[in-house]
Design a protein around this ligand. Structure first.
Ligand code: ADP
Length: 482
């Protein structure tokens, strides 16, 4: 036999109570009666009534207020109010306070039982709907959890087996994750690294230097040499709300290919130098041994220009190989402003020819740098020549030389064509000429490779910021002398 539903009557003793109790029992309900607030609270705590019927006045208290307290604790409990008479105010109050309904005299037993039945039916419908919704939400949450667990496992496998070394750090630079490759590169044990400061786990000086610049909020890139000849391109980039990711890409094979290429270029350039000097010498001598006609003179001039061009290319290549081989060891105290002034004076002819406005802003106090003055001049010449070469007639070139935080900063802003974003990192490679360099602008693609080599060998940094149609700014930062 199904359990009978319990109806709790919170009513003062009255003829209506005498009518209700037997009427509800006869309709198959269990009935309990309480006479005051504490009895009501106790009954609610000890039993689970299906419905409460409360008097508008109950033991000298306001039945609405008592009902509100009950609804606060049991929001789905159906509560019927027994009002002394029907008024529009009662109807409104019932509606506002969320009661199931109200009954009022004159009442027949049928009226009481029907009102209770209707309230219970509505409450049951609401309960069923609630249960269905909860079930739906729970199963969709379980489904989502299953998917995210599978995703997590997939990501973990990719992370662990990726061929690049990856270390995830939190904002305090403590290791959150480290994959197999990174463990092998740094010869550390994953379980011992997790949760510790990366600086305590890895003692490599170049990684420490990279980490010390972590807060600059820009991507940092560094080629790091490891024992055994391995070279890794190491990047440190910030990840919002996580910290940082340190990634290591094995570029040993690129370095090796580069070395072989440089050796080849070095040999060829070296061997080309003597015949080129001979050709240049004979082009000069040829006019001295007999009169040349105008056409012959023109041909000789063209020949001389071409040989000079190849000679300067060969010289650039030899310079590069010497620097890359570490032969550029001359170092002395150098004032960049003096070298800049000399470079600008030498370029005056080109500037005037193109009617370019040059604005050089040199700070009053510039600390010296420890450098090779010939290489510094070469570096400045290359960048300044490019700025003038790529800036159209009547354009402007602004030069700034200043110091900040024990660094000397040199930048050149031009109003040239700008460099496409995807090519900006490549223009420092040997022989790379960007697509902006039209055929009528002559060049070999070696100038910026030489600049980079010089700046690197002086422990500095060089980069470009550029917008198509606006112009380019080249930055060179060199450490000030101790
Ligand atoms: P190049 O002899 O071709 O000038 P560089 O190595 O000096 O060789 O420069 C490499 C490439 O970078 C150039 O071919 C050109 O595409 C681009 N570049 C260099 N400087 C500038 C500049 N100031 N404005 C626009 N493009 C530039």
């Amino acid at each position: 036999m199904p359990k009978r539903e319990l109806i709790l009557l919170a009513l003062d003793a009255s003829p209506i109570l005498k009518l209700m109790e037997p009427a509800l029992k006869a309709a198959g309900y269990q009935v309990a009666i309480v006479h005051d607030s504490s009895g009501l609270i106790k009954a609610l705590a000890e039993s689970t009534p299906s419905l409460v019927l409360i008097g508008e006045k109950f033991n000298g208290k306001n039945g609405f207020e008592e009902a509100e307290v009950m609804l606060d604790r049991f929001p789905t409990l159906p509560i019927l109010l027994y009002a002394e008479k029907d008024t529009s105010n009662i109807a409104k109050a019932v509606l506002y306070s969320g009661l199931s309904g109200y009954i009022y005299p004159p009442l027949r037993t049928d009226d009481i039982v029907n009102a209770v039945k209707a309230s219970l039916a509505r409450a049951r419908k609401l309960g069923d709907w609630l249960r269905r919704e909860v079930k739906k939400t729970t199963s969709s949450l379980a489904e989502k959890a299953k998917i995210s667990e599978a995703e997590r496992a997939k990501l973990e496998a990719i992370f662990a087996n990726t061929r690049d070394g990856v270390i995830i750090l939190d904002e305090n630079k403590q290791v959150v994750l480290i994959n197999n490759t990174a463990c092998q590169v740094f010869k550390v044990d994953e379980s011992k690294a997790i949760g510790r400061l990366l600086l305590d786990v890895i003692a490599h000086p170049e990684v420490i230097a990279l980490l010390s610049r972590a807060d600059d909020q820009i991507l940092k890139n560094h080629e790091i040499d490891f024992d055994g000849g391995k070279v890794f391109n190491t990047q440190l980039s910030p990840i919002p709300n996580v910290g940082f990711v340190l990634s290591l890409q094995d570029i040993t094979y690129i370095r090796e290919a580069d070395r072989v290429k440089s050796e080849f270029i070095n040999t060829v350039s070296h061997d080309l130098r003597s015949p080129l000097t001979a050709v240049l010498g004979y082009t000069e001598l040829i006019g001295r041994v007999g009169e040349l006609n105008e056409q012959q003179k023109d041909f000789m001039r063209r020949l001389e220009d071409a040989v000079k061009h190849i000679t300067s290319l060969v010289n650039d290549l030899l310079d590069l190989s010497r620097m890359e081989a570490g032969f550029d060891t001359r170092r002395e105290s150098v004032q960049l402003e003096n070298i800049l002034q000399q470079a600008l004076t030498a370029l005056d002819g080109q500037v005037k020819k193109k009617k370019i406005v040059v604005d050089a802003k040199i700070a009053d106090i510039i600390p010296s740098v420890t450098a090779n003055p010939i290489r510094i001049r070469q570096m400045m010449d290359n960048i300044l020549e490019n700025a003038i070469k790529y800036t159209p007639t009547h354009g402007t070139v602004e030069i700034n030389l200043r110091s900040e935080d024990r660094q000397v900063i040199f930048n050149i802003i031009d109003t040239g064509p700008g460099i496409p974003v995807n090519e900006q990192s490549r223009i420092f490679e040997k022989f790379y000429r960007a697509t902006n360099a039209s055929d009528d602008i002559v060049g070999t693609g070696l100038g910026l490779a030489i600049v980079k080599s010089i700046v690197d060998s002086h422990n500095g940094r060089v980069w470009v910021e550029s917008t198509i149609g606006v112009g380019s700014t080249f930055f060179v930062v060199l450490p000030a002398a101790e």
